[in-house]
Write a protein that binds this ligand. Structure first.
Ligand code: AQP
Length: 342
């Protein structure tokens, strides 16, 4: 069975983008793949995290995995820092990756902002740790949202350079799985920006734990435009929204894309249904759909977060199973590199 690896950072405010772009796909994929789902706490600390908050958010992501439907018996759920192989392999990759490759990473530029000199060195080498996360298990497929595409291409390059340098075929070629109609959910306040945990305004995102009235308020206040909703005629031959059309009406296509993803329907169907309608009536339907999809999951997340012993037991069991896979792979890497293991 093919193995997949993916992770979510425990940085708080898990949102609809994390759910539609990543977590929901993890659930579906566990049918056909051996799933390893990580709460990447070591990635989280590349930006300052209060220790108590980090613990709470680690349990929150675990609760989201479970509430969304990942089966902890079939798949492995654990937090990254429990398995030392991630950090150990990342060090090897720090020595494989070229600085020029890291300099091209747009996420570092976005997250470091103007004050680059003050960013942590961990943030800079984040993609090396991400490559190690995947390759410590020799995973071949990685389900992620579109924003992670560049990091995955780098992970591929790292694996290939390692294989070339050491004249081996040890690491597999990694395939990103960017699935569904909502691979890049945008902010509710600005259709040009990604929906994000770190955006200061809570009105910019629908959190996985939002109550029905909060979802209703956020959708009602979501930015829209003055025109009526477009029809399916706007789509190109591949059934996609052309870039010019999206740029002209980013908020409209974002909300329509969310609707299509939540209702598991093709975007063309949704456009046909709402063509020529006002935003106000569409937003009511979108609210009902979002409450129906997220309500029970949010309630289950809250129940689990009130029972940390249950959540911790899942992480402990997952950590043991993950270590059992990664440890022998790391030993082989050390042997290939030439480290003596007397
Ligand atoms: N807006 C999004 N649309 C679709 N997918 C998304 N993902 C994140 N945002 C969106 C996907 O969620 C997974 C976990 O993301 P992460 O926790 O590792 O961090 P991130 O990509 O940096 O997510 P955020 O929410 O935007 O956090 P901040 O604000 O801290 O940067 C990934 O698969 C990601 O693609």
């Amino acid at each position: 069975m093919k193995r997949i690896f993916s992770g979510v950072q425990p940085t708080g405010n898990l949102h609809l983008g994390n759910y539609l772009g990543a977590i929901r796909n993890f659930v579906a994929l566990q049918e056909d793949y051996e799933g390893i789902y990580c709460v990447v706490d070591m990635h989280a600390i590349t930006i300052w995290q209060e220790p108590e908050e980090l613990r709470r958010h680690t349990r929150e992501v675990t609760a989201a995995y479970l509430a969304a439907g990942i089966d902890p018996k079939r798949s492995i759920i654990f937090n990254q820092s429990q398995v030392a192989a991630h950090a150990e392999l990342a060090w090897i990759f720090n020595c494989v990756t070229r600085l020029g490759w890291l300099n091209r990473m747009t996420q570092f530029k976005d997250k470091a902002g103007k004050n680059r000199e003050n960013a942590s060195s961990g943030l800079y080498v984040y993609p090396n740790l991400m490559a190690a996360d995947i390759l410590a298990y020799k995973a071949t497929h990685v389900p992620v949202g579109e924003d992670q595409k560049q990091h995955l291409e780098l992970a591929r390059d790292i694996a290939q350079k390692f294989n070339n340098d050491f004249k081996t075929e040890f690491f597999p070629i990694i395939e990103p799985l960017i699935l569904g109609t909502a691979t890049r959910v945008m902010s509710l306040r600005d259709g040009a920006r990604k929906m994000s945990k770190s955006e200061p305004s809570d009105m910019s995102r629908i959190n996985m734990t939002d109550e029905a009235d909060q979802i209703a308020q956020k959708v009602r206040k979501a930015k829209s435009d003055m025109e009526l909703l477009p029809g399916p005629g706007v789509l190109n031959e591949a059934g996609r929204v052309p870039e010019e059309a999206r740029e002209a009406r980013p908020e409209a296509f974002n909300l329509l894309g969310i609707y299509a993803a939540l209702s598991n329907r093709a975007l063309s169907d949704v456009l046909t249904e709402f063509e020529g309608q006002q935003f106000s009536s569409f937003k009511k339907e979108l609210t009902d759909l979002a409450v129906e999809a997220l309500g029970p999951m949010g309630a289950e997340m809250k129940r689990l977060m009130a029972d940390p012993a249950q959540v911790d037991a899942v992480l402990k069991d997952g950590g043991e199973r993950a270590r059992a896979i990664a440890a022998p792979i790391l030993e082989e890497v050390y042997d290939i590199v030439g480290f003596l293991r007397p």
